[in-house]
Design a protein around this ligand. Sequence first.
Ligand SMILES: Nc1nc2c(ncn2[C@@H]2O[C@H](COP(=O)(O)OP(=O)(O)OP(=O)(O)O)[C@@H](O)[C@H]2O)c(=O)[nH]1
Ligand SMILES: [Mg+2]
Length: 300
Amino acid sequence: MTFRAGFVCIVGRPNTGKSTLINALVGSKVAITSDKPQTTRHVIRGIVHEENGQIILVDTPGIHRPRTLLGKRLNELVRTTLADVDVIAMCFPADQPIGPGDRMIGVDIQELKRSKKVALLTKTDTVSKDKVAKRLMEIQELAEKLEWNWEHIIPISSVKGDNLETLKTVLISILPLSPALYPLGAITEETDEALVGELIREAALAGVHDELPHSIAVVIEDMELREDKKMLNIQAFLFVERDSQKGIIIGKQGTRLKEVGQTARLQIEKLLGVKVYLDLRVKVAPDWQRDPKQLNRLGF
Ligand SMILES: Nc1nc2c(ncn2[C@@H]2O[C@H](COP(=O)(O)OP(=O)(O)OP(=O)(O)O)[C@@H](O)[C@H]2O)c(=O)[nH]1
Ligand SMILES: [Mg+2]
């Protein structure tokens, strides 16, 4: 039997279902998701192990027209990540028309001759069969306009699990012949600390609106098992950009922050299999999304 392995970079506009897809394919939550655009802010690898191959999925921030230095850095991060993968899989959500944002990404990936290109029509559970057919045509037309070809165009639903097995088979079939690149059973390279920080951010994103989701950043200040090894102590800071946002995050008499802490704690306990004590505090880092110094400090 032949064995294939390699890197598949998942790209697309914000909110197109990239991270949800990665979690569904890996079968475990390696990337946080939300209904707010620009949820993913780092490159995250998720590894799929099959009998005849290994797919290293690379999740990326959604490419968008940047309005802050953070946005600019995230776009640059995607472009450097893209340069070095075997397959580029671009996501188009079935519930939205193809627009200028997609064409901009199309132009970007057109130049990357070395990698094979696959189009994924995501969220097919949200539209009718007719709509799916129409979108598939539009995706084909986009490539024709840019004078290149999709290796495959595959409609999927990560939520329903539709076509995910087919997608795995297709992806392996176009990866290079190679021995496994990661040990069996490894599903991500993220450190526990990074995963914990993201779970806290995910909990904080739920239920906030407008500009606030973008303004949230989480830093794990300390993470240590208690001496009896029965409890993990975590101290974390939740950064926002303004005092008014701090008030919203904390909520009346601290109720919102408490909810965020509880949701995050349960998720962390599930992930790490140990009881958690979470000390979560809110801090203001004025305009951190636009401030190079603050961005560096927060790891961007
Ligand atoms: N109905 C439905 N919703 C989906 C599906 N896949 C993703 N979603 C929803 O779409 C929203 C965005 O999903 P994400 O996976 O966070 O999107 P993303 O492309 O990673 O977004 P960014 O990281 O911001 O670029 C979330 O609310 C998901 O629950 C799907 O197959 N069906
Ligand atoms: Mg994402």
